[in-house]
Design a protein around this ligand. Structure first.
Ligand code: AKB
Length: 338
């Protein structure tokens, strides 16, 4: 008899930390997979942790033989800046790794006649606005607009959204069996830049937000790699975890689409600096724009429209810009470094 559990890939990453803490509070049995041994803080919170690569198909097969996964949170990926330094590796990890997990989740769904819920964090990187003028005029971008990404990471994410839709709605569409419970249940969120009080991301292009804040808390000078007017949507980690858990729990019949934007606030880099200085007035923050990374930020929307998530599964962030800093980031980061 297989034990029922929740699988989290990329468990050591930023979202993994927040999600594992949340699921542990609900006494959920979590299997954590990561390239590196699971962070010691997280180890007591999971049923089992496994060091391994999502490209190692036999290893994944063993996990799917041993456990019956009700939900898979597939968080592992190579982020946008790192992916531009090795696009082929990014493609392997981001696409082939996802395909491995979709195949196994799909096979398990069909074996058990019970859909595995496959939760896939996608990103604002799937958008590609052609010019800064178009970005400034675009307002809140909907899921179906401007999906012409310029980065390998964005292309990988967009393609995997489609792969997930295929596996959940059209897999082997010419075969006889048509039981929807035999197909996996794929659901995806497009995240904005994320900011956590506990961890600093690596390899992303929205990293200037969290980097600026953590550097200020540590008393280290920070050179921000985008212009003061660069604007992106952001969200704090508790809201990111909330959205993942809400989407995973939503009744299937409520979902009118497979991919949903979610967001909280959209500051420019100067506004991020100003609010950081309110908590850390001594912080040394300079703007030293990097032409190429700025170009990526300019191709991502200044804001996204999350009306569908609000309507279909009642998504609402707990933190707006002011509250995110006042009630979550500033106190938690102070406790961490000061
Ligand atoms: C990145 O910058 O690559 C990520 C993202 C926006 O998905 N944080």
């Amino acid at each position: 008899m297989q034990e029922e559990a929740i699988l989290i890939t990329g468990a050591n990453g930023e979202i993994g930390h927040g999600l594992i803490h949340h699921l542990a509070k609900q006494n959920q049995a979590v299997i954590a997979l990561d390239l590196q041994p699971l962070d010691e803080v997280l180890q007591p919170l999971v049923l089992h942790w496994q060091t391994g690569d999502i490209l190692d198909f036999p290893l994944l097969e063993k996990l799917f033989e041993k456990y019956r996964f009700s939900v898979v949170f597939h968080l592992a990926s190579i982020l946008s800046t790192k992916a531009e330094h090795n696009p082929e590796l990014a493609h392997r990890v981001n696409v082939e790794g996802t395909l491995n997990l979709l195949r196994l989740s799909s096979a398990q769904s069909s074996r058990n006649h019970h859909s595995v819920r496959f939760i896939y964090p996608s990103s604002i990187a799937v958008y590609g606005l052609p010019t800064l003028a178009v970005k400034q005029a675009a307002g809140k971008v909907r899921e179906d607009q401007f999906t012409q990404p310029t980065t390998m990471y964005g292309i990988n994410k967009l393609y995997c959204e489609h792969l997930g839709r295929y596996y959940s709605k059209h897999y082997k569409q010419l075969a006889d069996s048509a039981n929807p419970d035999d197909l996996l249940d794929f659901r995806s969120l497009r995240f904005p830049g994320l900011i956590s009080s506990d961890t600093v991301p690596t390899g992303g292009t929205s990293d200037y937000g969290p980097e600026m804040l953590h550097a200020a808390a540590k008393g280290a000078p920070y050179n921000c790699f985008v212009r003061p007017d660069a604007r992106l949507p952001f969200m704090v980690m508790p809201d990111a975890v909330k959205s993942l858990v809400m989407l995973a729990a939503a009744p299937r019949e409520n979902l009118s689409q497979t991919v949903y934007n979610v967001t909280s606030f959209s500051p420019n880099a100067q506004e991020l600096k100003d609010i950081t200085l309110q908590t850390f007035p001594e912080a040394e923050i300079h703007f030293v724009p990097d032409h190429d990374r700025q170009g990526i930020v300019d191709s991502w929307p200044a804001d996204i429209d999350d009306t569908a998530a609000r309507q279909d599964w009642y998504w609402q962030p707990d933190y707006d810009f002011e509250r995110a800093f006042k009630d979550y980031l500033s106190p938690a980061i102070r406790r961490r470094y000061c």
